[in-house]
Design a protein around this ligand. Structure first.
Ligand SMILES: [Zn+2]
Length: 512
């Protein structure tokens, strides 16, 4: 509900400017009246103060010790005590009122006060606006408590409160003045503060003086304060640069403004928020665009696998930076700096597999790079508890054995056939069988190509952080690297697997 948020924010905003003037209420130990939510009030002297909980106090009437939590007090009084200790939350508790939430059959929702009920219609009011609604179109009506300014006009709310409270004592007027401050009714607030002084000249003289000055200031700088609110709202919607520009323009045009300090403070806050936002957004969007760039390259016609992965390796990161900076509307240099920051945030893990294209990587060393070392590290780092690590280790061991076994068999087979073969290196190999690299690329699906290019990019961009190099068994030969068959004579024969070319594995990467 957009309107709710808007109202709430406006409300929070006006109070967020309040702390300075309101701070410094009662000196320690002076008796004060605390109204409780249950409807009674106590006169106490605060002995101990805990911002998070409440106060320990002595009742003035019988001297008894009393622990009061802020939750038990009327919001205004809890706020005043906090303020007295210099604590005024930026977003204090709103004044809550009873209202109705009306849900329509079409799914729309309205929150307001029902001001008129007919047989077939009802009228919902919100602020100074009213909406007639047909009962037939209403799905449900639920009573709710909402921020007062969401459904009432400030002046109207004030009139209600004035009638209800009928202020007579200095304290009554003081509390009403606080209420008016909450509603940003500065003229009203000043009226009641003046009443306080007339009725009881010594009543919180310093605070009253501060409050009157502040109300006057807020009236005079109403326009500036609206601008400040606008800047804050822009920042809330992640439009930081526009927000900073608004603040900077103001500071340049009105260097003598009474709200200068407030603007400067907001500028710092917005800059901090922007930095935080940028850190997160860059990483989130970076990987999204990495995949899009990979998809674009993968879809290029007439491109071979070597050119495709070269393009991804040499131009990919630049294209990703450009796309991310365009999306975030920030200079590409900032995106690049975030990406290259070794302490950058990390995204949720991404996964890519070279798939059936594993054999095209080039050499067995490159295919296994990081694989065994990773398994050993996992074992070392987590000798007892790491079930997953152990399984990963076992699995890699198994693959290794299979590869060795397959190699032996291949040698024997070669001997049996009597064909003298050139002496071979130990370890697995990439069998010289079809398809070629480009034949595989030509038949690979779009998703396979994207995964392949993402894996290649992750393997080659120095700022990608590899979490784990893995190997999955080739689905065609179940990781054996060869396909067995019986020839006409019933002899056991085999050929290298045409998918993995006897590697038995697909190289996979988990990275962020
Ligand atoms: Zn295979």
């Amino acid at each position: 509900m957009k309107m709710d948020i808007g109202c709430r924010f406006a409300f929070a905003l006006l109070l967020s400017v309040a702390p300075r003037a309101a701070a410094g209420t009662n000196p320690d130990g002076a008796p004060e009246v605390i109204r409780l939510k249950v409807g009674t009030e106590v006169v106490i002297e605060v002995l101990e103060f805990d911002e998070a909980k409440g106060v320990r106090a002595r009742r003035v009437d019988d001297g008894a010790l009393l622990d009061l939590t802020f939750d038990q007090m009327v919001a205004e009084d809890a706020q005043r005590i906090r303020a007295g200790k210099g604590y005024l939350p930026d977003e204090p508790e709103p004044v809550l009122v009873d209202a109705m939430r009306v849900k329509l059959m079409g799914g729309e929702e309205f929150t307001g006060i029902i001001v008129e009920q007919g047989n077939e219609t009802l009228t919902l009011r919100r602020g100074t606006q009213t909406w007639p609604l047909k009962r037939a179109g209403v799905r449900s009506i639920t009573p709710v408590q909402v921020d007062a300014l969401e459904v009432y006009d400030g002046e109207e709310l004030y009139a209600q409160e004035l009638a209800k409270r009928n202020p007579r004592l200095a304290l009554d007027h003081y509390n009403l003045a606080l209420f008016c401050e909450s509603l940003q009714l500065w003229v009203r607030a000043k009226e009641h503060l003046a009443q306080v002084t007339t009725i009881e000249p010594g009543f919180k003289a310093t605070i009253i003086d501060g409050k009157i000055k502040r109300a006057t200031l807020r009236l005079e700088s109403g326009e500036d304060s609206l601008l400040l609110g606008k800047a804050q709202r822009l920042a809330q919607r992640d439009n930081y640069d526009a927000a900073l520009k608004a603040v900077d323009d103001f500071l340049e045009k009105k260097p003598g403004s009474a709200l200068r300090a407030e603007f400067e403070k907001q500028r710092r806050l917005i800059a901090v928020s922007r930095e935080k936002w940028l850190k997160q957004e860059v990483i989130v969007h970076f990987f999204k665009y990495a995949e899009r760039v990979a998809r674009t390259v993968a879809g290029e016609k007439e491109i071979g696998v070597k050119q495709a992965r070269q393009r991804m390796e040499l131009e990919g990161t630049t294209l990703i930076i450009e796309a991310t900076s365009k999306w975030l509307k920030v200079p590409s240099g900032e995106v690049q700096a975030q990406w290259e920051d070794p302490k950058r945030l990390t995204a949720s893990p991404h996964y890519a597999s070279y798939g059936a294209g594993t054999f095209t990587i080039g050499s067995v060393e490159q295919i296994q790079k990081g694989l065994v070392a990773q398994a050993e590290t996992a074992k070392k780092a987590d000798p007892a508890a790491g079930n997953a690590g152990a399984e990963q280790g076992d699995y890699l061991e198994k693959i290794k054995k299979i590869l060795e076994q397959k190699k032996k068999e291949a040698d024997e087979a070669a001997k049996n056939k009597g064909k003298p073969k050139a002496p071979q290196k130990r370890g697995p190999e990439i069998a010289d069988v079809p398809p070629t690299d480009d034949e595989w690329w030509a038949t690979a699906s779009s998703d396979e190509r994207v995964q392949y290019l993402m894996a290649w990019w992750a393997d080659h961009d120095p700022h990608v952080q590899i979490m784990k190099v893995g190997a999955t068994a080739c689905p065609q030969c179940a990781g054996e690297g060869l396909i067995r068959f019986f020839d006409r004579n019933g002899d056991n024969k085999f050929v290298p697997c045409s998918r993995c070319k006897s590697l038995g594995i697909d190289r996979t990467l988990r990275f962020h």
